[in-house]
Design a protein around this ligand. Structure first.
Ligand code: ZN
Length: 242
């Protein structure tokens, strides 16, 4: 079985389209979306519709819940808040209803999907370091946990001696006795210095995980963001992937 995992689309239709095209060529049996379909980008409705239609499972991110007033934006920075306020003005009833249906955590096939952290998913904490990853790895009841939220791809591996290592590689062998906490990066707003859209493939026969990067038409998205007067900082960061 080959599983595709994508996250943090953030209303970026051009990035989502190239990722879904790539996924179509990859013989994926099951597709998981880790949330943040909206926020930041100019096409929230189409991104909600296409992500949920394409994925077998979609979970909620903090921007999804903020856009439907399920959480406040008090912990958001000013640019994120401004973009959510704009998103609220354009979301259609179908998108609002669809976002309301998204759960915080889903587990299947010895895998768990959560946007932020497993031990407190509704606190929307970030896992950046081994210390952050420790609690999550200890809370895991499945071999692999996929996360998004930071927009930075990274792998945390707990071996049989309970030692945890941080692995930045795009290719990770999945060993029998280890547990894996994997951030698949972001489709619509990468922040690791590589502006290309990011998604992951887990091959359960070959026992390996790959991170894929796909270029897309960034200028096209930026033009739309300018038209809707979204914050300049958000427009510019797409080109540098930061
Ligand atoms: Zn996000």
């Amino acid at each position: 079985m080959r599983i595709g995992i994508f996250s943090d689309i953030h209303g970026n239709l051009e990035a989502l389209e190239v990722v879904l095209e790539s996924i179509e060529k990859e013989n994926i049996d099951r597709l998981i979306c880790l949330g943040d379909l909206v926020g930041y980008g100019p096409d929230p409705n189409l991104c909600v519709k296409m992500s949920i239609q394409a994925a077998d499972i979609t979970i909620a991110g903090n921007h999804d819940y903020a856009a439907i007033n399920r959480i406040t934006t008090e912990n958001f920075n000013e640019y994120a808040r401004e973009a959510i306020d704009w998103t609220k003005t354009v979301l259609n009833p179908e998108s609002i209803e669809a976002l309301h249906q998204l759960p915080l955590i889903v587990s299947e096939n010895n895998m768990t999907a959560v946007h932020g952290t497993l031990e407190s998913p509704s606190d929307w904490n970030y896992i950046m370091t081994i210390e952050d990853a420790y609690r999550n790895l200890m809370a895991m009841t499945t071999k692999i946990c996929f996360i998004g939220h930071s927009h930075i791809p990274v792998n945390f591996i707990r071996d049989k001696n309970l030692d945890i290592t941080l692995e930045k590689s795009n290719n990770i062998p999945i060993h029998k006795e280890s547990m894996y906490l994997i951030n698949v990066g972001s489709v619509g707003q990468p922040r690791d210095g590589d502006p290309r859209a990011s998604y992951g493939i887990l091959d359960m026969e070959k026992n390996e995980f790959h991170l894929k990067r796909i270029p897309y038409q960034i200028e096209k998205v930026q033009k739309k963001m300018e038209k809707y007067r979204l914050p300049r900082f958000l427009i510019e960061r797409l080109a540098v992937g930061q």
